[in-house]
Design a binder for this molecule. Structure first.
Ligand code: LLP
Length: 424
């Protein structure tokens, strides 16, 4: 459920009409609903009622805006981060270090040192070579590194190839068959404190079976590691639960069904569970609000050219992802259209032959379910400034990221001396 609803024929975010935001901030603009994020955080926590004291670490990559992170911090969420940038943004938004998990295949020594000194909750190691580097860094700093290995359970997640991570051919984690040897190696390294096992098999999962298969393998591994003499107190089950993008498709499994499966599979593990949901918390809490620039005839269907483009919302061009596109003031008629942006690539296509509410030049539309992996994946391709972000609560709203200034875009470049000096 989200808080984007029609009132008197106009789409609102909570109690604020979207035309109000478009008039004040301009388009394109991302609009987020506080109530929706809070609701999703609470629903996920309630779904885990059968689990003792879980740590819910929001996957910051899904939406790293400070206002979003602060909203989720106030709900008691921690953070799953994959770079020093994400780490620092989480901390700046008020997320305590002891609720931060640091994932990612390419952590550098500097990133390790920063988070270690700050007292993070756990590093999820992805290789023995990484463990060796971490041991050196921790020894140099005179601290202990709290670690888990992310294991690769060799499970096909059944999602888009670009967001599947748990198959043997993916770059992520230590092959589960080699995990015992990896843990043995870490035990021999100085300044390392093994505390858990981690797994994450992919994103936008629409079936619980691969998750269950992966978790079952983790459960078996925990038993073997304990036989080997390791003290395993934590298991990080990652994120990945899908959200509904297309109302004509079957609903993904509910958080309740996920929570029940987790409680059943992990019964008797005797660990604290960690979760890393991203999309589930924020996807439906955001829309990308855009204006129709013009409608141009096409061979079959017309092209609806909007002022948002692939640089603002990459998911359709990158993953052929579906986002519902709806007029902000529905006219009560439908059309079939190709919805495209102004960028000079045919891949700048949001929808092809889409049946949708009829729109004309000057109308506002929303791309739904854009709160996750939307603004954060934006670029300035075609020298389009980064899109602003607005957070709504009740009948109030605030710009939580300004539209990037074109002057700033120009002056970020430098001319070398042979082209006339420093300033552009
Ligand atoms: N934990 C780890 C280690 C991850 O790699 C990810 C996502 C998550 C948690 C959060 O997964 P979620 O609950 O959001 O599914 N840009 C793509 C999604 C990439 C996901 C990468 N990892 C998209 O727009 O669909």
């Amino acid at each position: 459920m989200d808080h984007f609803n029609l009132r008197d024929g106009v789409l609102h975010c909570e109690d604020v009409s979207l035309p109000t935001i478009a008039a004040a901030v301009g388009t394109p603009v991302y609009v987020y609903s506080t109530a929706t994020m809070q609701r999703h955080a609470r629903v996920f926590r309630e779904a885990l009622a059968g689990v003792d004291n879980p740590l819910i670490a929001f996957a910051v990559k899904a939406n790293p805006n400070a206002a979003v992170l602060a909203t989720l911090a106030a709900e008691g969420l921690g953070a799953d981060v994959v770079s020093i940038g994400e780490y620092r943004r989480a901390r700046a938004a008020g997320i305590p270090a002891d609720r931060i998990v640091f994932s990612g295949v390419g952590k550098t020594a500097d990133e390790m040192a920063y988070a270690l000194q700050d007292g993070l909750f756990q590093f999820n190691l992805e290789s023995v070579a990484e463990a060796e580097m971490m041991s050196e860094v921790a020894s140099r700093l005179g601290v202990e590194a709290p670690v888990a290995f992310r294991v690769n359970p060799d499970v096909e997640a059944g999602t888009h190839a670009k967001i599947s991570t748990g198959a043997a051919h993916n770059k992520f984690g230590v092959p589960i068959d080699e995990a015992r040897a990896a843990y043995a190696r870490v035990r021999a390294l100085p300044n390392m404190r093994i505390q858990g096992v981690a797994v994450h098999i992919g994103s936008q999962l629409t079936d619980l079976a691969p998750l269950e298969a992966a978790f079952a393998k983790v459960g078996t591994l925990i038993g073997l590691l304990r036989e080997d003499g390791h003290v395993i107190t934590h298991a990080d089950l990652g994120g990945g639960l899908g959200v509904p993008y297309d109302r004509d498709m079957p609903e993904p499994p509910s958080p309740e069904a996920y929570g029940a499966m987790v409680a059943r599979i992990t019964a008797g593990w005797d660990v604290r569970l960690v979760f890393e949901p991203g999309r589930l918390i924020v996807a439906n809490a955001g829309v990308l609000l855009s204006e129709v620039i013009r409608v141009k005839p096409g061979v079959a269907d017309p092209f609806v050219i909007v002022d948002a483009a692939m640089n603002d919302l990459m998911r359709p061009s990158l993953y052929d992802a579906f986002h519902a596109i709806e007029p902000v003031r529905p006219r009560g008629e439908e059309m079939v259209a190709n919805v495209v942006g102004p960028v000079c690539e045919s891949g700048d296509t949001f929808a092809t032959a889409r049946r949708m509410g009829a729109v004309e030049a000057g109308d506002l539309v929303v791309f739904r379910t854009s709160g996750a992996y939307g603004a954060t994946m934006a670029s300035t391709y075609n020298s389009r400034p980064l899109t602003p972000e607005v957070l709504v609560t009740g009948n109030d709203y605030a710009v939580v990221r300004e539209r990037q200034d074109i002057e700033a875009l120009i002056h970020a470049d430098r001319l070398p001396p042979w082209l006339g000096g420093q300033d552009v």
